[in-house]
Design a protein. Structure first.
Length: 381
């Protein structure tokens, strides 16, 4: 995509085109359980600490506080949520920085052969930018994970200034996912009694104004019909958004969020669950409710095959695959990063490369430099 095409592309059918249409249609009809994954067992870790299945290779593309190869950009601390965007014959990977007060986000541009050709800043001066979401019109929604945090719409191509979107609510944002079929955006909230929200723009796809709603249902409900109610004051000037609607359904630490073909999957770290919201039926169900092999559920993304890839915050530092037929298995393990978390999983536009970060790397401290990886191999389609 040309840089000047920012916010000028058609969004109709974008999710179906990106994620394989029918591959998702009947996915995850029952709780997923451990089993033999589609890629086989993990081999011993390589020189970068990546334990991968046969046929896959990995490399480090960036390290916090170090200049990205062949560029002048110093990679940010605490790399977190991320996404990939097509860029002509190449692509771009964007990454948040979960650092207090300076936060923001950066990007790496790749050429058609996978070589790094540029890296640059796309957002500055924000606070604890955790996860976010990619839009079908090729912007990155970067979310602040602080009380009364906001959503910033940013330009992955580095041309347009970021714009704050207060109509999307002020709360401890984690991630969001765009549903172009219903023209809404789902949002998670990372607190112990966090809400699950949807934002309906007044004029699609402009995010400057609209209606913020919160899911309503019993606190202990894990399946069945749910409803939505409007949040009276998205600015939360007098009361937190999650407490403004009687009967709003609490979720224990909302984390990653991903939409494809009528379903929005989201994770809750406090109870280690992967949820599925059926947008057409307005029902919820559990895709994963266990503690092995996937523990510390966090960021989530999907492949064109219909597989979900869920990253761990802690545990043994794995990204696990959940297949449409309900098998959960490790796909990659990052060894020697015991006090870190895996963040920002995202596939390149052609689906052959998976990007993610170890937020704190091997140092084990909150401010330890992070590492961002690329895994290449025969991902199924």
């Amino acid at each position: 995509m040309e840089r000047r095409s920012f916010l000028k592309v058609s969004v109709a059918g974008a999710a179906a085109a990106a994620f394989g249409g029918a591959s998702w249609s009947n996915a995850f009809s029952a709780n997923a359980a451990p089993g033999d994954g589609p890629y086989g067992p993990l081999l011993p870790a390589d020189g970068n600490g990546l334990a991968l299945p046969h046929g896959f290779t990995g490399r480090v593309i960036a390290r916090s506080l170090e200049t990205v190869a062949d560029t002048s950009y110093r990679w940010h601390m605490a790399p977190d949520g991320g996404a990939c965007f097509a860029d002509g014959d190449g692509w771009i990977y964007v990454s948040n920085s979960e650092v207090p007060f300076i936060g923001g986000a950066g990007a790496v541009r790749f050429g058609p052969d996978g070589s790094i050709v540029d890296a640059y800043r796309i957002l500055d001066g924000t606070d604890v930018n955790c996860a976010g979401g990619k839009t079908p019109w090729n912007t990155w929604l970067s979310c602040e994970e602080v009380d009364k945090g906001e959503v910033y719409e940013t330009d992955p191509f580095g041309v347009n200034d970021a714009i704050v979107r207060p109509a999307m609510g002020r709360f401890k944002h984690e991630a969001c996912a765009v549903d172009p079929d219903r023209q809404v955006i789902y949002l998670t909230e990372d607190v112990g009694d966090g809400g699950f929200y949807r934002f309906t723009p007044a004029t699609w796809p402009a995010l400057s104004a609209g209606t913020l709603e919160i899911m309503v249902g019993p606190a202990d409900q894990t399946s069945g019909a749910v409803t939505w109610a409007q949040v009276p004051d998205p600015s939360a000037d007098d009361e937190d958004t999650r407490h403004q609607v009687e009967g709003s359904k609490p979720f224990d630490g909302g984390e990653g969020c991903f939409y494809a073909n009528g379903t929005c999957w989201f994770t809750t770290k406090g109870d280690n669950r992967v949820w599925a919201y059926d947008a057409a039926a307005s029902t919820i169900s559990l895709t994963y409710d266990d503690d092995t092999p996937l523990s510390g559920v966090d960021n989530v993304t999907g492949a064109s095959s219909g597989d979900l890839f869920v990253a761990e915050d802690g545990d043994n530092m794995e990204i696990c695959v959940i297949t449409p037929d309900g098998v959960v298995a490790p796909f990659v393990r990052v060894e020697g990063h015991d006090e870190s978390e895996i963040t920002g999983p995202a596939f390149s536009p052609d689906g052959t490369r998976l990007y993610f970060s170890s937020q704190r790397g091997t140092g084990g401290e909150v401010i330890s430099p992070g590492m961002t990886f690329e895994v290449t191999g025969p991902f199924r389609s």
